[in-house]
Design a protein around this ligand. Structure first.
Ligand code: HEM
Length: 403
């Protein structure tokens, strides 16, 4: 995230290690996280309040609560992922971060060092998105968890760092970062916490936004419900919440990919900063320090790459695959689909995000009928969306009716 770190100091060392950690945990050993993630989804759905068999809920709120609970299992472990106070603080903090950065965009660069922090603080003060208040609560939980890790290291019960490959237990991302900090002095505790806060955003917000968009599209397009249910009956109901079951649901995969193609979380992708002058193949030289990004939103709606690009075709990518096209799965990267970025820094969490969204879709489709009770044509993006970044329309509601 260029611009999020102090000028001239570049990425903190810890941020360079995290993508590798994500690959070594929730990518390589995704199967280890599946049972608990699945259970977290079931638990969150059980909290829904049904009256006469129907529950009306903010669509983003539904997606956000499910992803926060199941994602927190991988980030901070089983106990904290069931702690309501922690989950609320994590969700409020992420939205607080978004509002704060949105508001800070409006402050002229020359004034940012002086009043940027204050303006950001005022923007959320007194709301449930007060970043500072929620951060305090979260830090209390982080500190308590870190003390448990510490005790474990020094009472000789072993550390997770050594069992990335060794046991069947899923590794807690926070535990690994903390142990690395203590045992190898690679980074400070403050850096570990900073990285956790960024990771919560990278994991929970983005996946929630993808799931939210897909749920709205599904509610608006009931014709997809029956084929998706048939696939779930055939695969998910047979194989259970497993990685092969998620890989096998190709109609769902295509539907989710089409949703993300049309409703990405951002209009730009693959941000890079040139660390030295860079001559491109077309002769243009990008000067050292230039910030470049790819206009993914435009590319994903371009007729150069997609037939009838503005039309929603939930099975577009299965048809492409059947016609022999490569890179048609949700997690595949290609220059015409940049939701997860491109190249060496492409999102390492995309397999986890894909599996999580599929598990949620399977549970919701099996248990409920889905309706959009208000504003069937209201925009998916809300009023806080500006510059490249899209923020959900928090007013959009979804209704789940027990089948
Ligand atoms: C639908 C959900 C998600 C979307 C749309 C998304 C999107 C992205 C994008 C666009 C990038 C930048 C890629 C580039 O610059 O080329 C990125 C990077 C990253 N994402 Fe995700 N992401 C999602 C879920 C996740 C999850 C679940 C995790 C963690 C488990 C995660 C962790 C990361 C990390 C650590 C990076 C930095 C990679 C690097 O710098 O090498 N993301 N993501």
């Amino acid at each position: 995230m260029p611009g999020y770190f102090p000028k001239g100091r570049g990425w903190p060392k810890i941020a360079k290690s995290t993508p590798g950690l994500i690959r070594a945990t929730v990518y390589k050993h995704l199967h280890r996280y599946m049972p608990a993630m699945n259970q977290a989804i079931i638990s969150q759905l059980q909290t829904l309040d049904f009256k006469d068999g129907e529950c009306k809920i903010g669509c983003f709120d539904l997606a956000y609560s499910i992803v926060a609970r199941s994602g927190s299992f991988a980030l901070v472990g089983s106990r904290l992922s069931q702690n309501e106070e922690y989950l609320k603080a994590a969700k409020d903090h992420i939205l607080g971060m978004i509002v704060t950065t949105r508001v800070q965009f409006l402050v002229p660069d020359c004034l940012k060092p002086y009043i940027g922090g204050l303006i950001g603080r005022l923007a959320t003060l007194g709301t449930s998105w007060d970043m500072h208040a929620s951060r305090k609560i979260m830090l209390r939980h982080f500190d308590a968890r870190a003390a448990e890790y510490h005790a474990k290291i020094f009472t000789g019960n072993g550390s997770s760092e050594t069992n990335l490959n060794g046991t069947d237990n899923p590794v807690e991302i926070f535990q690994w970062l903390y142990e690395s900090s203590v045992l190898r002095e690679r980074w400070t505790y403050a850096e570990v916490i900073g990285e956790m806060l960024l990771l919560q955003f990278a994991f929970i917000y983005t996946t929630s936004y993808g799931l939210y968009g897909a749920l709205v599209e599904l509610a608006r397009r009931p014709e997809y419900i029956s084929p998706l249910r048939e696939e779930i009956d055939l695969i998910f109901s047979e194989m259970g919440p497993t990685v092969p079951a998620c890989d096998g649901m190709v109609l769902m995969d295509s539907f989710l990919k089409e949703c993300q193609r049309l409703n990405p979380p951002s209009a730009l992708s693959a941000h890079r900063v040139c660390i030295s002058d860079l001559k491109l193949s077309n002769g243009i030289t990008l000067k050292q320090g230039s910030h470049v990004a790819v206009p993914s939103g435009v590319i994903q709606r371009s007729s150069e790459h997609y037939a009838n690009p503005d039309a929603f075709d939930g099975f577009r990518f299965v048809k492409r695959a059947a016609a022999g096209a490569k890179n048609s799965r949700l997690v595949d990267l290609s220059p015409d689909y940049l939701v997860f970025g491109m190249g060496a820094h492409a999102c390492p969490g995309r397999w986890m995000a894909s599996a999580l969204m599929k598990l949620v879709f399977a549970h919701i489709l099996v248990q409920y009928d889905i309706l959009l009770p208000n504003s069937a044509s209201a925009p998916l993006t809300g009023s806080l969306s500006f510059e490249e970044f899209y923020v959900p329309n928090f007013g959009l509601k979804i209704a789940l009716r027990q089948r």
